[in-house]
Design a protein around this ligand. Structure first.
Ligand code: AGP
Length: 372
């Protein structure tokens, strides 16, 4: 009913709008007054976490993209090697697991069969499993050694939005907590990021307030056949997520690429007026990556691409090459996906609407996939 949708036409729109609260709720009570993390609910003793020598993340779909981003954070802040694998591939290749492996299973529903089978396999090999899950008491957290719940509230639309942002927050919390427990040379950075996380809900809200031009743009692209997405570093999984949203909702061919791979093949796809969304890393921090992606934008534009550029406020270098420019607030590099994903969700939702598709119930899809 309209009341359930809180006045929005679709659950997806409501859930996109709820993201600042979902993010804030997922942080609530997990950062103490002195700026350190208290994750006592994660019932794996610090002693055990200090013995871990590898992290393996398993998940499907959007949750898998959250895991890909988590890998950057975990490896950077903890120096533990971290692998991310599609849950459906994981147990069929005899993965190397033991008691020193921490397996993280990410799932909104907590009922995804592929993810459940992967975590069962990991536990059989003696690994500890931590679930990141949005559904209280569901099967995946029940069968795990510990759980960190995301507090997105119920997600009804088949296309995941607020669950994704809260999965990212939970992954950052786990990464920072592992860093805190194990001690790392990044201690100062960890404290700074914990501070930045506290203000990130406001940044998400700010993005939501500036989405009208993105909706307008989406409507003008409704008759296109293909949209490509490019990103680098944590912007690469964001590009994959933008493409997945568009496939699910608009039934369009959409593909995400690591921008550095362009010259190894995908650049051959570029033709006149092909829309290409580019997620640009901050010019601060890892500025080498920023400069490289600016040349990628130049290259594809010279070949006719219509460039839709998502870039941090104050990034002037991209302006001459952007046919459409979407501004996002400046954040630390690793946190950028929390703000950069939002325009891609809005874009896909609006394109789906313009094409007359059923936004909340895309064809052929189920909210949770309980078969392998
Ligand atoms: C996302 O928009 C999808 N509908 C889908 O990829 C989903 O993320 C995937 O099936 C995993 O679901 P889960 O988080 O409930 O395990």
């Amino acid at each position: 009913s309209a009341a359930e949708k809180g006045g929005y036409d679709y659950f997806m729109l409501k859930e996109i709008a709820e993201q600042p609260k979902a993010v804030a709720d997922t942080l609530l009570g997990r950062i103490d007054g002195s700026g350190s993390l208290t994750l006592d609910e994660v019932r794996i003793p610090p002693r055990v976490l200090r013995e871990i020598d590898k992290v393996v993340i398993v998940a499907c779909g959007t949750a898998f993209h959250a895991g890909m981003i988590a890998k950057y954070a975990i490896e950077h802040w903890t120096r533990l090697p971290c692998e991310v694998e599609l849950a459906s591939e994981f147990r069929y290749r005899d993965p190397i697991l033991d008691a020193q492996t921490l397996v993280i299973a990410i799932s909104q529903s907590g009922e995804t069969m592929d993810t459940l089978m992967a975590l069962r396999h990991a536990r059989e090999q003696g690994s500890k499993v931590l679930a990141i899950c949005n559904t209280n008491g569901s099967t995946i957290p029940r069968e795990s050694d510990a759980v960190l719940y995301t507090h997105a509230g119920p997600e009804v639309a088949v296309a995941s939005t607020k669950a994704f942002l809260t999965q990212l927050v939970a992954c950052y919390l786990v990464a920072l907590y592992l860093g805190q427990v194990r001690g790392t040379k990044w201690g100062d950075e960890i404290r700074a990021v914990i501070r930045d996380l506290s203000s990130i809900a406001g940044a998400v809200d700010q993005v939501l307030g500036t989405m009208e031009p993105v909706r307008e743009l989406a409507r003008t692209l409704a008759s296109k056949k293909t949209v490509l997405f490019l990103g680098r570093h944590v912007g690469y999984p964001v590009a994959l997520e933008g493409a997945l949203k568009l496939k699910e909702l608009a039934y369009m061919h959409a593909e995400g690429f690591a921008a550095g791979e362009l010259k190894h093949g995908p650049i051959a796809l570029i033709e006149e007026d092909l829309p290409v969304v580019v997620v640009v890393p901050s010019p601060r921090g890892r500025s080498v990556l920023h400069d490289k992606i600016v040349s990628n934008i130049q290259e594809i534009r010279a070949r006719g691409a219509r460039t839709i550029v998502i870039a941090e406020e104050g990034d002037e270098a991209v302006v001459p090459y952007a046919d459409h420019l979407v501004r996002i607030p400046a954040t630390p590099t690793l946190l950028q996906p929390l703000v950069a994903t939002v325009p891609l969700q809005v874009f896909a939702c609006e394109l789906a609407t313009a094409r007359g598709n059923e936004v909340d119930q895309p064809r052929n899809l189920a909210k949770s996939v309980t078969v392998e």
